[in-house]
Write a protein of this length. Structure first.
Length: 290
């Protein structure tokens, strides 16, 4: 037996991100509108008889051992399924790390999706999300894809009316932000101004891009001191973005544009000014099998 599949695994952005509380186990609860975007890691997975996991990546900065989420996802799936197999993974990274775009989670989600097909276990999406939530808070959403509201620690998902392919430009400088430190800073806020999630839900339901742009917000921006973030937001607005907001706990920033021509021109103008610059768009699905 030797079966192979190649997937495009999308990144995510948080159109809005609110931290609503902290559980006794120290996990924070969220209320966020998640959106997949057309920035993809490429994942090639081969299933063969035998045992063992091998992982290789084109980016030398990415660990290829048991600390990698894709590696952990293989172990989690095989354990859940109660099977043994020899799994080989080749990973081509395009989603920047330390960006708040769910790069590692996208790879983990892709592994679960691919192994479900290769092993013909035919687990439902909710079953795969049950495996995924133990790997990372973003994994369940990245198994679902499209536009969704995430609550709890990210595992309580409600699919929303899919947004159209709205043009975006995503920028990230060289700075990264520690997620644990960002959460600590959130905990110390005395009277934070929370994003208006209900207005975002209305905007999504009505496909009202103007209302969407007015309400894109991220509570983590209240505690972010990253110069790359403020610089990215400033230049995106100067280049025609209708809004510019940090995603996740940082440090990537997305700008929403009226048309793809303006977005592409913006990305072209800024391509030497940031470590990561990409014109892309919102997507309605999780994975593409290629």
């Amino acid at each position: 037996m030797n079966k192979k599949i190649t997937l495009l695994c999308p990144a995510k952005i948080n159109l809005s991100l609110d931290v609503t509380g902290k559980r006794p186990d120290n996990y924070h609860t969220l209320d966020s509108i998640f959106q997949t975007v057309s920035v993809y890691d490429t994942l090639e997975i081969t299933l063969a008889d035998g045992e063992g996991i091998s992982l290789e990546c084109d980016n030398p900065a990415v660990p290829c051992d048991e600390s990698n989420l894709a590696y952990k996802a293989v172990k989690a799936f095989l354990h859940y399924a109660g099977i043994q197999a020899k799994i080989s993974i080749r990973l081509e990274k395009h989603i920047p790390s330390g960006a708040g775009m769910g790069g590692g989670s996208a790879d983990a989600a892709g592994v679960l999706y691919a192994l479900n097909l290769l092993t013909e276990k035919n687990y439902s999406n909710p079953e795969l999300r049950e495996i995924g939530v133990n790997l990372g808070a973003d994994v369940p959403f990245l198994l679902l894809g499209g536009t969704a509201r995430a609550q709890g620690i990210g595992e309580v998902l409600t699919s929303l009316r899919p947004l159209p392919e709205i043009p975006l430009v995503i920028l990230k400088g060289t700075e990264s932000i520690s997620t644990p430190e960002a959460y600590k800073a959130i905990d110390s806020l005395l009277s934070p101004v929370h994003p208006d999630t209900s207005a975002m839900l209305k905007a999504v339901q009505n496909q009202d891009v103007e209302l969407l742009c007015q309400n894109c917000a991220n509570l983590f921006e209240a505690v972010t001191e990253c110069q790359d973030v403020s610089r990215a937001e400033k230049v995106l607005l100067e280049h025609g973005a209708q809004c510019a907001v940090m995603t996740g706990s940082g440090a990537a920033v997305f700008g929403i544009f009226k048309d793809s021509m303006t977005a592409k021109a913006c990305a072209e103008n800024l391509r030497h000014d940031f470590a990561f610059v990409q014109a892309c768009h919102m997507t309605k699905q999780a994975f593409q099998v290629i």
